[in-house]
Write a protein that binds this ligand. Structure first.
Ligand code: F6R
Length: 609
């Protein structure tokens, strides 16, 4: 989603801004732009539709001078992606970049129009520039005008502003969308994503909700929502990220799929120790699950499907009722939350607007707020009572892969800890599951060494227009995830269904043109899955079954195509079956020639609701 960069530096800002914007590319965008205050104090800007290379080309022919600048990658919300709607928006003495949505922009736009200030774009963001420049026209100093502007805005936003004649000033504000200030030597930076600042500085401070900041090369003055001067904690970034290093893979998504064994090993060993021979769970130590009457799990997209798997695990093993919901629905249905409830929010980025809003709804209502995130400095992490980092490492591909399996691993460990607290699981079963979990990275490594056979199936998938995924029990959420993965990167229509639900409607879709992918590990539901498979084979479906080989043979059945899986503990099957569904989507998208790492219309971090 949109990205913001700001710099007050010693060198020409434009090339540095463009490089920093490249580090935000992975978030998804459709246009970009930069603005500077030139040495003569005037504002200037360049904007372009499409990839950043378009902006770079423009800068070759029309260079942009100035050592103070702001930059933006835009993911369109209001107004189509064209140059007119691209940021920065400049009006009079003000240039603005904005992430988020100004919800009252129509009212403001009407008011401004009546005062002779007409909008020229279709965006909500332009309103900020017009409003601020109107206050300056009326005689306000830039900072007074910017603060007055903030008071007029409602919605969620992160803003950076430059002013004509001010070569040592950036005004920044955060209300709902993240912003970090980066400190250099006689230089200062601003970023919507601290990682984008990494090569420039490791020293950052995150603005808190309602903060605004006045940046100069000498430092940053930060003010809270009441206008009091405040200091925000300085954090030293210890992550390193290389946005160019695909380690020999063709795409970040492929690299991240192959990183899963090592990422899982990291995630598992962070929360598990067994030096005494008895497994110890090093997570949620302050929660005694015997006192917990309900668990709520909330997330979006792939993270929501991880929650779906966890519901099956927690209810079966720890015997605690679990409610799951997608964050955008949860936040507005005002669910009652009794006190002994633990609310868990799962998010790779830790910045998803709906998940953050759902967390805020539960704050003060639920007994404990737990977040499971990949970015420990994110907004969701910072507003939680306890943070469980998934240790997946930076995920650059827009489609989530290694974050999903690492989320599952952490959720499973949390389930085991809860089941142990409540004495619902024997120590033998705990040891067995823990051992199986520890062996998992090796199993996945071996599996990933031999995935070429998936390419033939993917080639066939790439020529179809509809695909169904079926699963039962723990495989139902995997069927949903398989369909999401395929549709988001290959643009092929796909749906996931609980196998038993097929007869209640979706079976009408089946004919010989629809591939049906059945996830059927050899577990207690295997025979039922095979019955459902027969139902679709009888209707001439082109069936692809993902299963462990013995199970299929024992059932005496042959599907048209089968994908052989390693044998493993059925409880861990979601962590294993995630791989073939990710790979099928990946290879299919490659055959179709889509933009795998940055699929159309999608953003990595969804900071608007
Ligand atoms: C799909 C995908 C999305 C995210 C969703 C939540 O591959 O990546 O569905 O899972 O947007 O994002 P986070 O986990 O950052 O809250």
């Amino acid at each position: 989603m949109c990205g913001i960069i700001g710099i007050l530096g010693k060198h020409e800002a434009a090339p540095i801004l463009v490089e920093a914007l490249k580090r935000l590319e992975y978030r998804g965008y459709d246009s970009s732009g930069i603005a500077t205050v030139k040495d003569d104090g005037s504002l200037d800007r360049r904007r372009a539709v499409g990839k950043l290379v378009e902006l770079q080309d423009k800068l070759v022919f029309e260079p942009l001078k100035g050592k103070a600048g702001i930059g933006h990658t835009r993911w369109a919300t209001h107004g189509e992606p064209n140059e007119k709607n691209a940021h920065p928006h400049t009006r009079g003495a003000v240039s603005v970049v904005h992430n988020g949505i100004i919800e009252n922009f129509l009212t403001l736009r009407e008011e401004l129009k009546c005062e002779g200030y007409k909008a020229v774009t279709d965006t909500d963001s332009e309103t900020i520039a017009i409003l601020c420049s109107k206050f300056i026209d009326e005689g306000d100093e830039p900072l007074v005008a910017a603060r007055k502007t903030l008071l007029k805005l409602s919605g969620s936003f992160a803003i950076a502003m430059l002013f004509e004649g001010q070569k040592n000033l950036i005004f920044a504000a955060r209300s709902g969308s993240p912003l970090a200030v980066g400190y250099g030597k006689n230089e200062i930076y601003l970023g919507s994503d601290a990682l984008a600042l990494l090569p420039l500085t490791k020293k950052v401070a995150y603005l808190e909700e309602g903060d605004h900041a006045v940046l100069t090369r000498e430092g940053a003055e930060i003010y809270d929502i009441k206008g009091n001067s405040v200091s925000r904690q300085i954090t030293y970034l210890n992550q390193s990220i290389n946005f160019h290093d695909k380690s020999g893979f063709s795409h970040f998504m492929e690299k991240e799929i192959h990183e899963q064994p090592i990422a899982l090993e990291r995630a598992i060993s962070s929360y598990l120790s067994d030096s005494t021979g008895k497994p110890t769970f090093n997570l949620l130590k302050k929660i005694n699950f015997t006192e917990v009457s309900r668990i709520i799990l909330v997330a979006c997209g792939t993270a929501y499907y991880a929650c779906y798997v966890a519901k099956y695990w927690i209810e079966k093993l720890a015997k605690i009722p679990v409610e799951i919901d997608i964050a955008s629905e949860f936040r507005y249905r005002e669910p009652p939350i009794e006190h002994a409830t633990v609310a868990i929010f799962v998010s790779q980025s830790g910045e998803t607007a709906d998940t953050l809003a759902a967390l805020r709804y539960c704050s003060g209502r639920a007994e404990k707020i737990i977040s499971i995130v990949n970015v420990s400095t994110s907004s969701i992490a910072r507003e939680s009572d306890e943070v469980l980092e998934i240790h997946a490492g930076p995920e650059i591909g827009v489609a989530s892969t290694k974050a999903f399996t690492c989320q599952l691993a952490v959720l499973l460990l949390a389930t085991l800890k809860a089941a142990k607290d409540r004495a619902e699981i024997s120590s033998t079963d705990i040891s067995k599951t823990v051992n199986n979990l520890k062996n998992l990275p090796a199993i996945l490594n071996q599996y990933l060494g031999n995935v070429n056979s998936l390419k033939d199936i993917s080639y066939k998938l790439s020529t179809t227009s509809d695909v169904l995924f079926l699963g039962r029990g723990l495989m139902y959420p995997l069927a949903l995830e398989g369909a999401l993965k395929l549709k988001e990167i290959s643009y092929i229509h796909a749906e996931g269904y609980a196998s038993g639900e097929l007869k209640h409607g979706p079976i009408a879709l089946i004919d010989d043109s629809v591939p049906v992918i059945i996830l059927a590990p050899y577990d207690n539901l295997f025979e039922k899955s095979i019955s459902n498979m027969q139902e679709v084979i009888a209707r001439k479906a082109n069936v692809i079954v993902i299963s462990d080989n013995d199970g299929l043979r024992e059932a005496g059945l042959k599907s048209e195509t089968s994908i052989e899986m390693p044998k493993a503990d059925p409880l861990l099957a979601p962590l294993i079956y995630a791989l073939p569904i990710q790979l099928l989507a990946y290879f299919t998208a490659v055959f179709k020639g889509t933009d795998v790492d940055q699929p159309r219309n999608l953003a990595k971090s969804v900071t608007v609701e």
